[in-house]
Design a protein around this ligand. Structure first.
Ligand SMILES: [Ca+2]
Ligand SMILES: [Ca+2]
Ligand SMILES: [Ca+2]
Ligand SMILES: [Ca+2]
Length: 424
């Protein structure tokens, strides 16, 4: 009796198919990347001995950290038994036992005839999965796999892919002049805002949709001479394929001699942290001057690249609206209301914005039209620290001159609308 039980067990064991472990190994287990680039994950499939290749398929989850990576494409999928790729799903049950891999998607292969994938195919590359490395993530992240279903009785073994994402910076030297502040006698810009202690310590570009945390220091604002700060400016890196899209921005200080410098350090090299080397449109904006942008995308890397908007040979995007002043070029002043146009007559005009700033100020309770309003104000078009609607050094005349002499205003009409060239 005892003998027959043993024999029955042996026969039963022989009757069962001999199943192996299904094994996934990344083609490149260790990769290095930087933000803005892409990496590929190629899961290589094989079986532990015997490699008979007669399985019913595999349901493979691919796990990744969505803070570091964005799944962008699955290609070259092994065709036999192929089923559609699943949606990207939150890994709330943490199937791969790694809490940092918060998302997964499923790639299934099914063969009811248990001939998957075929012995001559092993080892085989199941797919090429492309991930974009997200901007801002620095450190090590993993792509792991787990099995929804293995072939009947098969174990599952997997090795993760390790991705080390290094910080990458790009650096630019920018030079530009603002018409409102420019003084022909010195060929420098005036620093009246600075000398009147009106330049804020924190960047002032929330009105332009920029909420960066840049600040400067009292020490930098105490600098006099050619390197004295004139005002804050905003530098933008825009998408080479779509120049309306701002990919990165940095508020910086403009010096009297035209250098745009880091607000915290005073360095001429403006460094954009966690930004991949590559081609970008570069735009320069100011609170009340029309902005400007490079004519074409410019290759940036960690080695500072010079962009001189003051030079007539620096090509600019769209119509060249810069004001000619001898051999240099100036950004036109006058956009009090930040609508990327200069207007002196009719709806939305910048001239009335100056008037209403003066007459509605609490400091001017009797609403005098010729009141000199002291302060850091977008209506102060010549950046002398005073908003003035009429009289000597008023803020209206330069705006009016820009309108009358605009290249396309053939009739020198005061109701001409001068469009900015910065796409928005
Ligand atoms: Ca996980
Ligand atoms: Ca300088
Ligand atoms: Ca305007
Ligand atoms: Ca003024």
């Amino acid at each position: 009796m005892k003998h027959s039980v043993t024999l029955t067990c042996v026969l039963l064991w022989l009757a069962l198919p001999v199943h192996a472990a299904q094994i996934i190994t990344p083609a490149q287990p260790n990769q290095s990347a930087s933000s803005g680039t892409t990496i590929t994950f190629s899961p290589i499939y094989t079986l532990s001995a015997p490699q008979d290749g007669t399985e019913t398929g595999l349901g493979l989850r691919v796990h990744f950290n969505s803070n570091a990576l964005q799944s962008s494409n699955v290609s070259n999928r092994f065709a036999y038994g192929l089923q559609p790729v699943g949606e990207i799903t939150a890994d709330t049950q943490d199937f791969d036992a790694d809490p940092t891999t918060d998302k997964y998607f499923i790639m299934p292969w099914v063969d009811v005839t248990a001939q998957w994938p075929g012995a001559d195919e092993l080892p085989l590359n199941l797919a090429t999965i492309t991930f974009a490395v997200k901007t801002g993530f620095v450190g090590t992240t993993y792509i792991r796999t787990s099995a929804v279903d293995t072939a009947d009785g098969a174990a599952f073994q997997t090795t993760p892919m390790t991705v080390k994402i290094a910080a990458e910076n790009v650096s630019i030297n920018i030079k530009a002049f603002l018409q409102g502040a420019y003084e022909t006698t010195t060929s420098l810009m005036r620093d009246s805002l600075r000398s009147a202690n009106l330049i804020p310590l924190a960047q002032p570009y929330a009105d332009l949709g920029y909420t960066g945390a840049e600040t400067t220091t009292a020490s930098i604002l105490n600098t006099s001479g050619a390197n004295a700060p004139v005002d804050w400016v905003l530098v933008e890196l825009r998408d080479k394929a779509n120049p309306i899209t701002r990919l990165a921005a940095k508020a910086a200080l403009l010096q009297r001699d035209g250098d745009v410098v880091d607000a915290a350090t005073g360095s001429n090299a403006l460094v954009f942290a966690n930004t991949a080397s590559g081609n970008y449109f570069i735009a320069l904006r100011h609170r009340n001057h029309l902005g400007i942008m490079s004519a074409a995308p410019i290759a940036l890397s960690s080695i500072p690249r010079l962009l001189n908007f003051a030079s007539p040979t620096q090509a600019v995007y769209g119509q060249d609206i810069r004001i000619q002043q001898g051999s240099i070029r100036l950004l036109p002043t006058g956009d009090v209301n930040h609508d990327n146009r200069l207007i002196t007559e009719g709806p939305g005009n910048d001239k009335n914005a100056i008037l209403s700033t003066v007459v509605t100020s609490a400091a001017n309770p009797t609403a005098h039209i010729n009141y000199q309003l002291v302060g850091y104000n977008p209506a102060d078009l010549n950046l002398d620290g005073k908003t003035l609607y009429s009289g000597p050094d008023n803020d209206v005349n330069t705006l009016l001159g820009d309108i009358l002499l605009a290249p396309d205003n053939a009739t020198n009409s005061t109701n001409y609308i001068m469009p900015g060239s910065l796409p928005n």
